[in-house]
Design a protein around this ligand. Structure first.
Ligand code: ADP
Ligand code: MG
Length: 344
Protein backbone atom coordinates (compact mmCIF):
# COMPACT_ATOMS: atom_id res chain seq x y z
CA UNK A 1 0.00 0.00 0.00
CA UNK A 2 2.98 2.30 -0.40
CA UNK A 3 3.09 5.07 -2.90
CA UNK A 4 5.42 4.24 -5.70
CA UNK A 5 6.75 7.72 -6.07
CA UNK A 6 5.69 9.27 -2.80
CA UNK A 7 7.67 9.28 0.41
CA UNK A 8 7.59 6.26 2.63
CA UNK A 9 10.01 7.49 5.22
CA UNK A 10 8.50 9.60 7.95
CA UNK A 11 9.67 10.81 11.32
CA UNK A 12 8.11 9.01 14.25
CA UNK A 13 6.13 11.10 16.66
CA UNK A 14 7.56 11.79 20.10
CA UNK A 15 5.38 9.34 21.97
CA UNK A 16 6.34 6.47 19.65
CA UNK A 17 10.03 7.36 19.95
CA UNK A 18 9.74 7.34 23.72
CA UNK A 19 8.01 3.98 23.77
CA UNK A 20 10.74 2.43 21.66
CA UNK A 21 13.50 3.98 23.77
CA UNK A 22 11.73 2.90 26.96
CA UNK A 23 12.08 -0.71 25.87
CA UNK A 24 15.84 -0.42 26.31
CA UNK A 25 15.74 1.12 29.76
CA UNK A 26 12.57 -0.34 31.24
CA UNK A 27 12.52 -4.06 30.57
CA UNK A 28 10.62 -5.11 33.67
CA UNK A 29 9.37 -3.83 37.04
CA UNK A 30 12.85 -4.19 38.55
CA UNK A 31 14.18 -1.71 35.96
CA UNK A 32 11.81 0.94 37.30
CA UNK A 33 12.92 0.20 40.85
CA UNK A 34 16.56 0.47 39.81
CA UNK A 35 16.14 3.82 38.05
CA UNK A 36 14.12 5.36 40.88
CA UNK A 37 16.53 4.17 43.58
CA UNK A 38 19.47 5.54 41.61
CA UNK A 39 17.76 8.91 41.38
CA UNK A 40 17.20 8.88 45.15
CA UNK A 41 20.86 8.12 45.74
CA UNK A 42 21.91 10.89 43.35
CA UNK A 43 19.63 13.24 45.34
CA UNK A 44 21.64 12.36 48.48
CA UNK A 45 18.78 10.60 50.21
CA UNK A 46 19.70 8.81 53.44
CA UNK A 47 16.44 6.91 53.57
CA UNK A 48 14.77 5.16 50.65
CA UNK A 49 11.52 3.25 50.91
CA UNK A 50 10.31 1.00 48.09
CA UNK A 51 6.72 -0.27 48.13
CA UNK A 52 5.61 -2.86 45.61
CA UNK A 53 2.01 -3.77 44.79
CA UNK A 54 1.32 -6.94 42.85
CA UNK A 55 4.72 -7.72 41.48
CA UNK A 56 5.40 -4.20 40.36
CA UNK A 57 2.90 -4.15 37.53
CA UNK A 58 0.21 -2.77 39.82
CA UNK A 59 2.32 -0.21 41.64
CA UNK A 60 5.87 0.75 42.44
CA UNK A 61 6.28 3.54 44.95
CA UNK A 62 9.69 4.96 45.85
CA UNK A 63 9.91 7.57 48.58
CA UNK A 64 13.12 9.34 49.52
CA UNK A 65 14.30 12.09 51.83
CA UNK A 66 16.72 13.53 49.31
CA UNK A 67 17.04 17.11 48.20
CA UNK A 68 13.83 17.17 46.17
CA UNK A 69 13.07 19.20 43.06
CA UNK A 70 11.98 22.78 42.48
CA UNK A 71 8.63 23.42 40.81
CA UNK A 72 10.39 24.11 37.50
CA UNK A 73 12.60 21.03 37.68
CA UNK A 74 9.64 18.84 38.55
CA UNK A 75 7.88 19.94 35.39
CA UNK A 76 11.04 19.33 33.33
CA UNK A 77 12.01 15.97 34.81
CA UNK A 78 9.82 13.84 32.51
CA UNK A 79 11.20 15.34 29.32
CA UNK A 80 13.52 13.13 27.34
CA UNK A 81 17.20 13.98 27.82
CA UNK A 82 16.36 16.20 30.77
CA UNK A 83 19.08 15.84 33.36
CA UNK A 84 20.68 17.97 36.05
CA UNK A 85 23.73 15.73 36.21
CA UNK A 86 25.89 16.48 33.19
CA UNK A 87 26.28 19.40 30.84
CA UNK A 88 28.45 17.94 28.13
CA UNK A 89 30.02 14.70 26.95
CA UNK A 90 33.32 15.56 28.69
CA UNK A 91 31.55 15.28 32.03
CA UNK A 92 31.18 11.54 31.40
CA UNK A 93 34.91 11.06 31.97
CA UNK A 94 34.45 11.93 35.60
CA UNK A 95 30.94 10.76 36.22
CA UNK A 96 30.17 10.11 39.87
CA UNK A 97 26.38 10.15 39.78
CA UNK A 98 24.37 7.03 38.97
CA UNK A 99 22.32 8.78 36.31
CA UNK A 100 23.25 11.11 33.47
CA UNK A 101 21.22 10.12 30.41
CA UNK A 102 18.05 11.89 31.45
CA UNK A 103 15.99 9.03 30.09
CA UNK A 104 14.61 7.16 33.05
CA UNK A 105 11.65 9.29 34.05
CA UNK A 106 10.70 9.94 30.42
CA UNK A 107 10.86 6.22 29.69
CA UNK A 108 8.87 5.23 32.76
CA UNK A 109 6.20 7.81 32.00
CA UNK A 110 5.87 6.49 28.47
CA UNK A 111 4.85 3.04 29.70
CA UNK A 112 2.95 3.75 32.94
CA UNK A 113 0.88 6.24 34.92
CA UNK A 114 3.15 8.26 37.17
CA UNK A 115 2.63 10.62 40.09
CA UNK A 116 5.55 12.70 41.33
CA UNK A 117 5.38 14.59 44.59
CA UNK A 118 8.45 16.54 45.61
CA UNK A 119 9.63 19.42 47.75
CA UNK A 120 12.97 21.11 48.13
CA UNK A 121 14.25 22.27 51.47
CA UNK A 122 13.50 25.96 52.03
CA UNK A 123 10.40 25.91 49.85
CA UNK A 124 7.03 26.21 51.49
CA UNK A 125 5.07 24.22 48.98
CA UNK A 126 5.85 21.09 47.10
CA UNK A 127 4.88 20.12 43.57
CA UNK A 128 2.74 17.32 42.27
CA UNK A 129 3.04 16.18 38.66
CA UNK A 130 0.70 13.64 37.12
CA UNK A 131 1.88 12.02 33.90
CA UNK A 132 0.77 9.19 31.68
CA UNK A 133 1.68 7.88 28.26
CA UNK A 134 -0.02 10.85 26.63
CA UNK A 135 2.10 13.36 28.55
CA UNK A 136 1.77 15.62 31.58
CA UNK A 137 -1.84 15.71 32.78
CA UNK A 138 -1.44 18.33 35.48
CA UNK A 139 0.99 20.13 37.72
CA UNK A 140 -0.18 21.48 41.06
CA UNK A 141 1.26 22.85 44.27
CA UNK A 142 0.86 20.64 47.28
CA UNK A 143 2.03 20.12 50.83
CA UNK A 144 4.80 17.54 50.98
CA UNK A 145 7.75 16.38 53.03
CA UNK A 146 11.20 17.38 51.83
CA UNK A 147 12.28 14.76 49.32
CA UNK A 148 10.66 12.96 46.45
CA UNK A 149 7.93 10.38 46.09
CA UNK A 150 7.34 8.70 42.76
CA UNK A 151 4.38 6.39 42.31
CA UNK A 152 4.30 4.27 39.17
CA UNK A 153 0.96 2.60 38.47
CA UNK A 154 -0.11 0.08 35.84
CA UNK A 155 3.31 -0.51 34.32
CA UNK A 156 3.14 -1.50 30.63
CA UNK A 157 -0.63 -0.85 30.48
CA UNK A 158 -0.08 0.76 27.10
CA UNK A 159 2.30 -1.92 25.80
CA UNK A 160 0.55 -5.27 26.24
CA UNK A 161 3.26 -7.08 24.27
CA UNK A 162 5.83 -6.07 26.83
CA UNK A 163 3.54 -7.02 29.65
CA UNK A 164 3.09 -10.46 28.15
CA UNK A 165 6.81 -11.13 28.23
CA UNK A 166 7.11 -10.63 31.95
CA UNK A 167 8.00 -13.76 33.89
CA UNK A 168 6.17 -15.17 36.90
CA UNK A 169 5.44 -12.95 39.90
CA UNK A 170 8.10 -14.88 41.76
CA UNK A 171 10.78 -14.18 39.18
CA UNK A 172 9.88 -10.50 38.84
CA UNK A 173 9.93 -10.07 42.63
CA UNK A 174 13.30 -11.85 42.81
CA UNK A 175 14.67 -9.27 40.34
CA UNK A 176 13.28 -6.44 42.46
CA UNK A 177 14.79 -7.87 45.66
CA UNK A 178 18.11 -8.28 43.84
CA UNK A 179 18.14 -4.66 42.68
CA UNK A 180 17.33 -3.30 46.14
CA UNK A 181 19.95 -5.54 47.78
CA UNK A 182 22.70 -4.54 45.38
CA UNK A 183 22.01 -0.86 45.83
CA UNK A 184 21.74 -1.23 49.60
CA UNK A 185 25.08 -2.98 49.68
CA UNK A 186 26.85 -0.42 47.54
CA UNK A 187 25.42 2.47 49.56
CA UNK A 188 25.80 1.38 53.19
CA UNK A 189 25.23 4.97 54.34
CA UNK A 190 21.67 4.88 53.00
CA UNK A 191 18.94 2.93 54.76
CA UNK A 192 16.62 0.96 52.49
CA UNK A 193 13.24 -0.61 53.18
CA UNK A 194 11.48 -2.86 50.70
CA UNK A 195 7.80 -3.54 51.29
CA UNK A 196 5.98 -6.07 49.12
CA UNK A 197 2.18 -6.10 49.29
CA UNK A 198 2.26 -4.41 52.68
CA UNK A 199 4.86 -6.73 54.21
CA UNK A 200 8.45 -5.67 54.94
CA UNK A 201 10.69 -7.86 52.82
CA UNK A 202 14.07 -6.24 53.38
CA UNK A 203 15.35 -3.66 55.76
CA UNK A 204 18.91 -2.51 55.55
CA UNK A 205 19.62 0.09 58.21
CA UNK A 206 22.44 2.39 57.31
CA UNK A 207 25.68 1.00 58.68
CA UNK A 208 29.31 1.66 58.06
CA UNK A 209 30.26 -1.96 57.73
CA UNK A 210 29.63 -3.87 54.54
CA UNK A 211 29.56 -7.13 56.49
CA UNK A 212 26.59 -5.90 58.56
CA UNK A 213 24.71 -5.13 55.36
CA UNK A 214 25.53 -8.58 53.98
CA UNK A 215 24.07 -10.18 57.10
CA UNK A 216 20.88 -8.14 56.69
CA UNK A 217 20.51 -8.67 52.97
CA UNK A 218 21.91 -12.14 52.28
CA UNK A 219 21.81 -13.84 55.67
CA UNK A 220 24.21 -14.88 58.41
CA UNK A 221 25.16 -18.17 56.75
CA UNK A 222 26.85 -16.55 53.81
CA UNK A 223 28.38 -13.85 56.00
CA UNK A 224 30.05 -16.53 58.14
CA UNK A 225 31.59 -18.11 55.05
CA UNK A 226 33.37 -14.95 53.93
CA UNK A 227 36.97 -13.87 54.09
CA UNK A 228 38.00 -10.24 53.66
CA UNK A 229 39.75 -9.15 50.51
CA UNK A 230 41.84 -6.00 50.29
CA UNK A 231 44.01 -5.18 47.34
CA UNK A 232 45.70 -2.06 46.14
CA UNK A 233 47.75 -1.17 43.09
CA UNK A 234 48.28 2.03 41.17
CA UNK A 235 45.42 1.02 38.86
CA UNK A 236 42.74 0.12 41.36
CA UNK A 237 41.74 -0.58 44.93
CA UNK A 238 39.57 -3.62 45.65
CA UNK A 239 37.83 -4.17 48.96
CA UNK A 240 35.15 -6.53 50.14
CA UNK A 241 34.63 -10.21 50.74
CA UNK A 242 34.80 -13.55 48.94
CA UNK A 243 33.52 -16.87 50.24
CA UNK A 244 35.69 -19.72 51.42
CA UNK A 245 35.85 -22.47 48.79
CA UNK A 246 33.47 -24.71 50.72
CA UNK A 247 30.61 -22.23 50.30
CA UNK A 248 29.29 -22.29 46.76
CA UNK A 249 26.09 -21.45 44.89
CA UNK A 250 24.64 -22.85 41.71
CA UNK A 251 24.46 -19.35 40.21
CA UNK A 252 26.00 -15.94 40.52
CA UNK A 253 23.18 -14.55 42.63
CA UNK A 254 25.52 -13.93 45.59
CA UNK A 255 28.02 -11.99 43.54
CA UNK A 256 27.79 -8.25 43.79
CA UNK A 257 30.34 -6.06 42.10
CA UNK A 258 30.40 -2.35 42.13
CA UNK A 259 32.70 0.09 40.49
CA UNK A 260 33.02 3.43 42.22
CA UNK A 261 29.72 2.78 44.00
CA UNK A 262 27.77 1.70 40.91
CA UNK A 263 26.45 -1.87 41.03
CA UNK A 264 27.30 -3.58 37.76
CA UNK A 265 27.16 -7.02 36.22
CA UNK A 266 30.39 -8.22 34.70
CA UNK A 267 31.26 -11.66 33.43
CA UNK A 268 34.80 -10.44 33.14
CA UNK A 269 35.10 -9.64 36.84
CA UNK A 270 33.16 -12.75 37.81
CA UNK A 271 35.40 -15.03 35.74
CA UNK A 272 38.55 -13.47 37.20
CA UNK A 273 37.26 -14.06 40.74
CA UNK A 274 36.48 -17.69 39.95
CA UNK A 275 39.95 -18.15 38.46
CA UNK A 276 41.42 -17.12 41.80
CA UNK A 277 40.01 -20.35 43.30
CA UNK A 278 41.83 -22.52 40.75
CA UNK A 279 40.43 -26.03 41.13
CA UNK A 280 38.90 -25.52 44.55
CA UNK A 281 35.36 -25.09 43.23
CA UNK A 282 33.28 -27.95 41.85
CA UNK A 283 32.18 -27.61 38.24
CA UNK A 284 29.13 -25.38 37.80
CA UNK A 285 29.42 -23.87 41.28
CA UNK A 286 30.14 -20.22 42.02
CA UNK A 287 31.58 -18.43 45.02
CA UNK A 288 29.92 -15.56 46.81
CA UNK A 289 31.73 -12.29 46.22
CA UNK A 290 30.92 -8.78 47.39
CA UNK A 291 33.55 -6.49 45.96
CA UNK A 292 33.95 -2.79 45.46
CA UNK A 293 36.39 -1.62 42.82
CA UNK A 294 37.75 1.88 43.03
CA UNK A 295 39.05 2.76 39.60
CA UNK A 296 39.93 6.13 38.18
CA UNK A 297 36.69 7.08 36.32
CA UNK A 298 38.77 7.89 33.24
CA UNK A 299 39.35 4.13 32.88
CA UNK A 300 35.66 3.22 33.13
CA UNK A 301 33.15 3.70 30.33
CA UNK A 302 29.70 3.52 31.89
CA UNK A 303 27.91 4.55 28.73
CA UNK A 304 27.85 1.23 26.86
CA UNK A 305 24.40 0.08 27.91
CA UNK A 306 21.19 2.13 28.25
CA UNK A 307 20.49 0.67 31.68
CA UNK A 308 24.18 1.20 32.58
CA UNK A 309 24.31 -2.35 33.82
CA UNK A 310 27.54 -3.15 32.09
CA UNK A 311 30.69 -1.11 31.93
CA UNK A 312 33.77 -1.22 29.77
CA UNK A 313 37.15 -1.09 31.46
CA UNK A 314 40.47 0.05 30.12
CA UNK A 315 43.39 -2.18 31.15
CA UNK A 316 41.04 -5.17 31.18
CA UNK A 317 43.83 -7.74 31.15
CA UNK A 318 45.88 -6.20 33.94
CA UNK A 319 42.78 -5.82 36.07
CA UNK A 320 41.92 -9.50 35.52
CA UNK A 321 45.38 -10.58 36.65
CA UNK A 322 45.13 -8.38 39.73
CA UNK A 323 41.76 -9.84 40.71
CA UNK A 324 43.09 -13.39 40.45
CA UNK A 325 46.03 -12.42 42.67
CA UNK A 326 43.76 -10.64 45.14
CA UNK A 327 41.43 -13.65 45.53
CA UNK A 328 44.38 -16.01 45.86
CA UNK A 329 45.86 -13.85 48.56
CA UNK A 330 42.57 -13.54 50.45
CA UNK A 331 42.03 -17.31 50.42
CA UNK A 332 45.63 -18.04 51.39
CA UNK A 333 45.25 -15.92 54.52
CA UNK A 334 42.60 -18.18 55.92
CA UNK A 335 43.88 -21.40 57.35
CA UNK A 336 40.56 -22.85 56.27
CA UNK A 337 41.46 -23.42 52.67
CA UNK A 338 41.56 -27.20 52.50
CA UNK A 339 44.93 -28.69 51.78
CA UNK A 340 45.26 -30.45 48.51
CA UNK A 341 44.71 -34.18 48.97
CA UNK A 342 47.11 -36.00 46.69
CA UNK A 343 46.28 -39.65 47.35
CA UNK A 344 42.58 -39.88 46.72
P1 ADP B 1 19.05 11.20 35.04
O1 ADP B 1 19.03 10.50 36.37
O2 ADP B 1 19.84 10.44 34.01
O3 ADP B 1 19.46 12.64 35.15
P2 ADP B 1 16.18 10.82 35.11
O4 ADP B 1 15.18 10.75 34.02
O5 ADP B 1 16.36 9.60 35.94
O6 ADP B 1 17.57 11.22 34.44
O7 ADP B 1 15.85 12.05 36.04
C1 ADP B 1 15.73 13.33 35.47
C2 ADP B 1 16.07 14.43 36.47
O8 ADP B 1 15.04 14.51 37.47
C3 ADP B 1 17.36 14.19 37.26
O9 ADP B 1 18.51 14.66 36.57
C4 ADP B 1 17.09 14.97 38.55
O10 ADP B 1 17.42 16.33 38.39
C5 ADP B 1 15.58 14.86 38.73
N1 ADP B 1 15.20 13.78 39.69
C6 ADP B 1 14.75 12.54 39.39
N2 ADP B 1 14.49 11.82 40.49
C7 ADP B 1 14.80 12.61 41.55
C8 ADP B 1 14.77 12.43 42.99
N3 ADP B 1 14.37 11.27 43.56
N4 ADP B 1 15.15 13.48 43.76
C9 ADP B 1 15.57 14.65 43.20
N5 ADP B 1 15.64 14.87 41.86
C10 ADP B 1 15.25 13.88 41.03
MG1 MG C 1 18.13 8.69 36.71
Amino acid sequence: SCDIKGSRIKLLDESTINKIAAGEVIERPASVVKELIENSIDAHATDVRVEIGGYGTKSIHVIDNGKGMSHTDASMAFKKHATSKINSIEDLDNILTMGFRGEALASIASVARVELVTRQEGEIEGTKVVVDTSGIKNITSTGAAVGTSILVNDLFYSTPARRKYLKSARTELAHIIDVVSRNALSHPDVSFTLVIDGKVNLRSPSSVKMLDSIVHLYGADVARSLVPLEYESDLLIISGYVSKPEFTRSGKDFQVFFINGRPIYSNQLSNAVRLGYYTLLPKGRYPAAFLNFMINPVNVDVNVHPAKREVRLSHEKEIGVMIVAAVEEALAKTSLVPEVQLDK
